[in-house]
Design a protein around this ligand. Structure first.
Ligand code: AMP
Ligand code: ZN
Length: 138
């Protein structure tokens, strides 16, 4: 399933050429066009899903296996010091392209990449009542 207006559908399915590191039936891994660090790649799902809320269970199960393959290869080749694997859902979370993708960001000691939040105090934690509601909704 692809969306004819979606650029990542076109890239994932090979209609638009890309710098591909890996491809299988479900995913294409490409180099990010505006990398946060040397080697920054994104894993594109081939079946269009806007975000995690409508990703199939099958693709959800498989995407981390791909992330692991890429991370291990990058670690060996790039000799990076660390690796962030992350995925944004919704504008509020920083998503800018609304086709699910997972970032694989090699990290180097002293690099300028910022993936940090300021810890808030415990008052920000949800109440037991809300936690119960979430448990019952899962
Ligand atoms: P996000 O903010 O999580 O939606 O990430 C979107 C990512 O896609 C950004 O890191 C962009 O640099 C990257 N990006 C956007 N268009 C392209 C493209 N045509 N080829 C490769 N990467 C892209
Ligand atoms: Zn798409």
């Amino acid at each position: 399933m692809t969306d004819s207006n979606c650029i990542f559908c076109k890239i994932a399915n090979g209609e638009i050429p890309s710098k591909t590191l890996y491809e299988d039936d479900s995913f294409r891994v490409i180099l990010d066009i505006s990398p946060a660090s040397k080697g920054h790649a994104i894993i594109l799902v081939k079946n269009h899903a806007e975000n995690i809320y409508n990703l199939s269970d099958e693709d959800a199960g498989k995407i981390y296996v791909v992330a692991k393959k890429v991370a291990i290869a990058m670690q060996k080749v790039l000799k990076c010091d660390g690796m962030n694997i992350l995925q944004n859902n919704g504008e509020a979370a920083g998503q800018t392209v609304f086709h699910l993708h997972m970032h694989v960001i090699p990290r180097y000691n002293g690099d300028k990449v910022q993936i940090k939040w300021t810890p808030q105090d415990a008052a920000e934690q949800i109440s037991e009542e809300v936690a119960k509601e979430i448990r019952e909704t899962i």
